[in-house]
Design a protein around this ligand. Structure first.
Ligand SMILES: [Zn+2]
Length: 270
């Protein structure tokens, strides 16, 4: 095995799971097979890697949404519940405020800022960005999620895998909120965003913070099965560098939901 971020080949085992942890979504596809996986850590860049041989293909494109939100009414009910959270309890409000503060400092205030949100899920983030005056495009591979965002949130929506989207549309900001930990090649996905970044644009990336989460043990949502990777401060910085970006800010925080998170704003290398 080779670290997908730094290429190193030495790892240590951090956690072993012989059954789903209590906080993990129960996926129907996994209920009939014997459950075993490990969380290993690259000894060089401290990136965490989920090592397992179970067939997880069914988790995405349908099963993920079905297991998490049941059906269309469940998607809408969960969306309504999240947007009703008081702002001090909402991860999304914290994220949106942080982005608006940072971009206003960086660019100054300007009209008609555009944002492409990759992996929008329920669309809470696009919804809140729209209320702040952004011209929002949401992208999600799940048909139901995309339909919900289009109908309920009312922003432009692309249904598809970001790798297969061929658009030359340019955006001032491209956001990856808790997306890169789910994809096999996060460096390639991040690099692809350069095709759609406007001159002077920024990319915002948010990932689970494995360095700090690991201090609290294995029963943490950062280490559930749907995360192929959990980032370290260093592996996030290397990911940005190899994808062709300079991090102009990286911060870590504990969110209102208790998630440990790393956030970074990236500028394209000239
Ligand atoms: Zn590594």
């Amino acid at each position: 095995m080779e670290c997908p971020i730094c290429g190193n080949d030495t790892f240590r085992v951090i956690f072993k799971f012989t059954e789903p942890p209590a906080i993990e979504t129960r996926y129907p596809a996994l209920s009939k097979i014997s459950y075993y996986r490990e969380t290993q850590q690259c000894e060089q860049c401290l990136h965490f890697i989920a090592v397992q041989e179970m067939d997880l293909s069914a988790i995405y494109e349908g099963d993920y949404v079905s297991a998490t939100y049941k059906d269309k009414a469940g998607v809408q009910a969960t969306f309504e519940k999240i947007i009703s959270l008081p702002s001090h309890r909402s991860d999304n409000t914290g994220r949106v405020n942080s982005i608006n503060r940072f971009t206003a400092d960086y660019w100054g205030e300007f009209e008609n800022k555009s944002v492409l949100d990759v992996g929008s899920g329920l669309g809470v983030f696009p919804y809140l960005m729209k209320t702040k005056g952004w011209n929002v495009t949401a992208l999600d591979p799940d048909q139901r999620a995309a339909q919900h965002i289009s109908e309920v949130v009312g922003v432009e929506t692309i249904c598809g895998d970001f790798f297969n989207v061929n658009s030359d549309q340019k955006y001032d900001l491209i956001t990856f909120n808790k997306v890169l930990e789910h994809v096999k090649d996060p460096i390639a996905m991040l690099a692809k965003s350069k095709d759609n970044l406007a001159e002077g644009g920024l990319v915002y990336v948010e990932v689970p913070d494995g360095d700090i989460a690991a201090l609290d043990g294995s029963e943490r949502e950062e280490f559930t099965i749907d995360h192929l990777y959990i980032f370290s401060f260093i592996s996030l910085a290397i990911t940005a560098d190899k994808a062709g970006f300079y991090p102009i800010m990286i911060e870590r925080l504990k969110e209102p939901s208790t998630k440990y998170t790393l956030r970074t704003f990236l500028k394209r290398k000239e």
